[in-house]
Design a protein around this ligand. Structure first.
Ligand SMILES: [Zn+2]
Length: 491
C-alpha cells in the first residue's frame, strides 16, 4: 500500500428475491463452510500459540507454521504415501480448494491479531455470526461486471462457486452470478477507485445478503507553492467551530475568520431529547402497565436511533463545508490544519460537579468523530497526515493570543479580555488562534523532536514542518510567558 492510498468500503445488497433457490443454498453452504474452517483455524492457533511458537513478537501468526500443522501438500488424500499432519484439513474439508484455505487462514490470522491487540476474548466477537472470508481481486477470485441492458440488475458479481457440480460424470466449478442492487451513488463510488477485495456477508436479523467491496483510491498528493499558513480550528458545541488563519504577514486577516454554527441541528436534537425524557418519565411511572411499557421501550429505541442518525448526518454536512473552505484556502497557501482536541474534558465533567446540564451536552459532544471525518475527507483530496493535526487544547481559552498572558477574564461566555494588555476578542476565536500558535511553537521552540497527533497517536518529525520559520513572528510575544505545563482544562 502506498503512503497516500485511501481505503473505502462500498456495501451493496444482493437481490436475493430474484435468485434461484439453488444459488441461495450455495451461498449458505459456502459461507457456512468458510465459517467452520475459520473457526477451526482459530481454534488451532489458540491451542498451539505457545507450544509451537506460532506467534512472534508482534503477535502475528506464523502462517507457514500453521500450514505445516494443517495442510499436506500431497493432493491425493487416499494415497498411502501421503505424509500425516496433525490436523488434516484436506481430509476434513475435501471440497475446499487451496486458495480458499489460504483465504480462510488469512482471515483467521487477522482475527487472531485483532483479538490480541484489542485484548478481546477469542470467543467474544465471532461466536454467533457467520465469518466471511476475504476474496482478493488480484487472484481473479471474482468478476464485477456492468450489464446496462439487463432487466434484473445493472451490476452483477461473479463469485467462484467453491463446491463442485456434477454433469455428465464430470466435476466442474461454476461461477455464482449474483445481482446487486446498486444506486447511482454507489455506482459512482465503485467507479472512483480500484476494487481490491470483497466479502460476502449475511445479516440474520434482516435476512439479507450483502457484498462489501474494499476499494483503494490513490489521490494526487496535495502540494502548494504558496506561502505557508496555519489554520487553527477550535471546536465547540453551540458554535460548532471557529477558525483563524495565521499567515506569514503576522496579522489576522479579518476576511478569513469563520464561525460555523448549526442552529437547526441543535433545535431538532433538543426536541427529540425532550421526547426521550418524557418517555423515560412515563416508563418510571408505577401506573404504566407491562403492555404499555413494552410499547414505550420500542419508541425509545427508535427515538435514540433517530437522534444518533441526525447527529451523524449533520456532522457530515458540516465537515463537508469545512473541507470545502479548507480546499479553497489550500489553493492560495501551503496550508496546515490544526484542530484542538479537548482531551480531558469528559473527566472534568464528573457526576456531582454541580453542572448537570453542561455535563450532558459535553458527554454527547462527539469531537473525535468530527476530527476523524475531517482527516478522512481531506485524505481523499491527497492531504498527508501531518497536514491535518489534532493537538491538545488545554489552557488555550484562558491565554491571551496577543501577549501570551494567562491573566484574563471572561466578562461574558463569548468574550475574552486580557488584563495584561487590554486585548478584547471573541473567546472562541482567541482559542482558535492559540491552537494555531501552539503548533507553530511546537515546531519553532521545540521540546521534542517529534509532534504527536493526538487522534491517531502518530508521531511526526519536525522536518515535516520545514516551511514554518517564516511564521516565526507569531511567537514574538510568547517568549515572555512560557507555556503553562500541566494538563488543566478550561472551558
Ligand atoms: Zn494580553
Amino acid at each position: 500500500m502506498r503512503r497516500n492510498d485511501v481505503r473505502t468500503t462500498v456495501r451493496l445488497r444482493i437481490k436475493t428475491e430474484v435468485l434461484t433457490s439453488r444459488k441461495r443454498k450455495r451461498m449458505e453452504q459456502i459461507s457456512g463452510r468458510d465459517t467452520r474452517i475459520i473457526k477451526e483455524y482459530l481454534r488451532i492457533i489458540y491451542h498451539n500459540e505457545d507450544k509451537l511458537s506460532l506467534v512472534n513478537e508482534k503477535r502475528r501468526v506464523d502462517k507457514g507454521m500453521l500450514d505445516h500443522l494443517t495442510l499436506s501438500t500431497f493432493k491425493k488424500t487416499m494415497s498411502p504415501q501421503r505424509p500425516t499432519v496433525r490436523h488434516d484439513f484436506k481430509k476434513r474439508f475435501s471440497r475446499c480448494s487451496q486458495n480458499e484455505f489460504q483465504e480462510c487462514k488469512e482471515k483467521a490470522a487477522t482475527i487472531y491479531h485483532c483479538q490480541q491487540t484489542t485484548m478481546k476474548h477469542p470467543a467474544q466477537k465471532y461466536s454467533q455470526n457467520k465469518i466471511p472470508r476475504t476474496q482478493h481481486a488480484h487472484n481473479n477470485r471474482f468478476i464485477l461486471s456492468c450489464c446496462p441492458n439487463n432487466t434484473i440488475a445493472r451490476w452483477w458479481v461473479g463469485v467462484r462457486d467453491s463446491f463442485d457440480s456434477q454433469k455428465n460424470n464430470r466435476r466442474y466449478h461454476q461461477k455464482l452470478w449474483l445481482p446487486l442492487s446498486c444506486s447511482p451513488y454507489h455506482e459512482k463510488k465503485l467507479n472512483s477507485g480500484k476494487i481490491k477485495s470483497l466479502e460476502l456477508l449475511y445479516f440474520s436479523k434482516k435476512k439479507e445478503w450483502w457484498i462489501h467491496f474494499t476499494l483503494t483510491h490513490n489521490p494526487k498528493l496535495y502540494t502548494s507553492s504558496g506561502p505557508p499558513a496555519v489554520l487553527g480550528i477550535d471546536l465547540g458545541i453551540n458554535k460548532r467551530a471557529v477558525s483563524a488563519l495565521l499567515t506569514p504577514k503576522g496579522i489576522i486577516n479579518r476576511h478569513e475568520i469563520r464561525f460555523w454554527s448549526d442552529k437547526t441541528r441543535n433545535k431538532i436534537i433538543r426536541k427529540n431529547e425532550n421526547k426521550i425524557a418524557n418517555l423515560q418519565n412515563k416508563l418510571v411511572n408505577p401506573n404504566t402497565t407491562q403492555y404499555q411499557r413494552k410499547d414505550l421501550q420500542k419508541q425509545l429505541i427508535n427515538l435514540r436511533k433517530k437522534v444518533k442518525e441526525i447527529q451523524v448526518l449533520t456532522d457530515h454536512t458540516y465537515v463537508n463545508m469545512l473541507v470545502k473552505y479548507i480546499l479553497s484556502l489550500g489553493k492560495r497557501y501551503d496550508l496546515f490544519v490544526v484542530v484542538g482536541l479537548p482531551l480531558h474534558i469528559r473527566k472534568s465533567h464528573f457526576r456531582g460537579n454541580q453542572k448537570p446540564n453542561s455535563r450532558k451536552t459535553i458527554h454527547q459532544w462527539n469531537f473525535r468523530r468530527v476530527i476523524q471525518l475531517l482527516k478522512y475527507k481531506l485524505s481523499f483530496q491527497g492531504w498527508e497526515d501531518h497536514k491535518v493535526m489534532a493537538i491538545g487544547e488545554s489552557w488555550t481559552s484562558s491565554k491571551c493570543s496577543s501577549c501570551g498572558s494567562y491573566n484574563s477574564i471572561r466578562p461574558r461566555q463569548s468574550t475574552f479580555m486580557c488584563k495584561n494588555c487590554g486585548y478584547e476578542i471573541n473567546a472562541d476565536l482567541n482559542g482558535a488562534k492559540n491552537i494555531a500558535k501552539r503548533l507553530i511553537s511546537y515546531v519553532l521552540q521545540p521540546k521534542y523532536n517529534t509532534i504527536k497527533d493526538l487522534l491517531t497517536d502518530k508521531y511526526f518529525p519536525l522536518s515535516c514542518f520545514r516551511v514554518f520559520p517564516v511564521l516565526g513572528q507569531w511567537l514574538k510575544t510568547m517568549q515572555k510567558f512560557p507555556h503553562k505545563s500541566g494538563a488543566g482544562v478550561s472551558i
